[in-house]
Design a protein around this ligand. Sequence first.
Ligand code: SF4
Ligand code: SF4
Length: 467
Amino acid sequence: MSVSSPNLSAERELTRQSPSAVKPAPKPVNKSGKQLPVLPAQSTYHRYRRAIQFACFLIFVALPFFNVMRFDIPRQRFYFAGYELWISEFGILFFSLLFLLYVIAAASMLYGRIYCGYFCPQMIFSEASLAVEDRLKKFINKRFIKLPAKRRQLMSSVSFYTVLLVASVFLAFVFISYFVEPRDLLGRLLTLDIRTAGGIAGAATTLIVFLDFAFVRQTFCKTICPYGYLQGMLGDKETLLVQYRDGQGTEKVCIECKKCVRVCHMGIDIRNSPYQIECIHCGECIDACEDVLSRLGKPGLIHYAWGEKGELLTDKKTAFWRRIGLRDAKRVIVALVLLFYASGLFVVLSMRDNVLVRIAPVRSELYRLGDDGRVYNKFRMTVANRQSKDAELMLSLENLPGAQLQLDQPLKLKPAEERQLQFEISVPPQSLPPGVNHFQITSRVEPGGETTNNKMTFITPTERKTK
Ligand code: SF4
Ligand code: SF4
């Protein structure tokens, strides 16, 4: 669990506030005292993290705007991968949520808390807020060097909280866009609506985001994040870890520079154990150690390695499937189940009708004889346009000679419009055998030409009446 490092907070504070005050690593020299060439650090996880986190930020902002993912509460819709799913489409919703949950669980089992280190918005914005605070502090200290320290401190705080407030409004807006349509939300924001549920939620979320990134930050990940604990539980003896290795040969290589500790945002010393629950497997300490020891012409002591055996992630001799995490039968089964859910989701989404058409006969009255002598049957139809564009629905009849359909004009449907209506079909007298006759109503949707065949029955009088 946690690590006892008495100077830890002081060191972190020192790094954050004044990196230049940190004691530089010793210069590498050979036995005759000549300086050794400085080797470039081999590890570049920091750069990967920044690139991935930036991509995640863009994705986080884009998802609700392009309907890739949104639980639209006012409309009772779930937007997933561009599809507008209705709450009634329970099967697809269930499959989507199960798939997402399983992706998270499988990732934790294979790669530990890699989600926290590379993809989690809480971590991304916590680190961004620390970086902005540091930069503003440095800028103000440099620019207003002649002002008293207290005054500079006040200016730094005011400017940081102002920037954070603007960022909080933006982040809260994006977050609520996962539940309310963004244009609708923008309207509420512009009118400073704090009376409706959406407006109140927006104001409350802004306040929470502000307090979170001003004061809580990574403390959330270390203390109350349920997903962090869940990830810890899902790991086993083959899960990817960040591991420190030294003292395996005759000589201990670690020079106790503690750079690995200072760069750790979670405030731990990875040298104590690879199983500390706070470790989010971000790899920053790997880069830090590589950076220091490469100057001494030595490899770093901290690595990504698989579980108890400690096989290195970067070991090129390991088989490809073991290197991507498929290290035992359990993991192969997990990957197959994931594939199954993904295929199931793909199939149900591709089979889904963009315009739902449900037709059923109304049998409270089996048939009706019209004044024109024709026989009438009544039908009930439910239509739902589950797309974000207009649609036209046309019905046609098959295997019903001489039949006339009351709905002979295309039915125009607006996006997300749902309608229930009744219509009649009539046939000329004695054109069909008495009793039950089977026929088909075909519905065709434009644009797209999506067709649905509905098998129906038409009932005619068994004893012919003359009117
Ligand atoms: S593990 Fe590496 S970074 Fe950490 S104290 Fe030792 S030499 Fe320095
Ligand atoms: S110990 Fe290393 S990998 Fe773990 S959280 Fe700290 S910096 Fe990241």
